[in-house]
Design a protein around this ligand. Structure first.
Ligand code: SF4
Length: 104
């Protein structure tokens, strides 16, 4: 009986240790995504490209077409929610700016 409990303990411990890298990867990805501060839509650089945090708010912009969002733009970096055009910030996945370009 004691041997069985010890064997189960060892097996569960090993399974827990095997799952650690996966959990650490998820945590570090989340933590890294939070490193970049959100782009302020009222900032000069955001306004230069008519960035809005909610794509629907760009519906009156002549370059905007329905369905265009940052998370479908080729400049969007999903792992950090960053944007190549705003390297110091992250952007709202549902945002939009006039430089939106379809992903390849
Ligand atoms: S370039 Fe693309 S990802 Fe960056 S803010 Fe504009 S629409 Fe969003």
């Amino acid at each position: 009986m004691a041997n069985r409990s010890r064997r189960e303990f060892m097996r569960n411990s090993l399974m827990g240790m095997a799952a650690l890298p996966l959990g650490a990867g998820i945590l570090s990805k989340t933590a890294f995504a939070q490193v970049l501060p959100r782009l302020d839509p009222t900032s000069d650089q955001a306004q230069a490209l008519n960035y809005v945090a909610n794509a629907a708010d760009a519906s009156d912009h002549p370059a905007y077409e329905e369905g265009e969002r940052c998370d479908s733009c080729m400049f969007f970096k999903p792992d950090t929610e960053g944007c190549q055009l705003f390297p110091q910030n992250s952007v709202e996945p549902g945002g939009w700016c006039q430089s939106w370009t379809a992903q390849a």
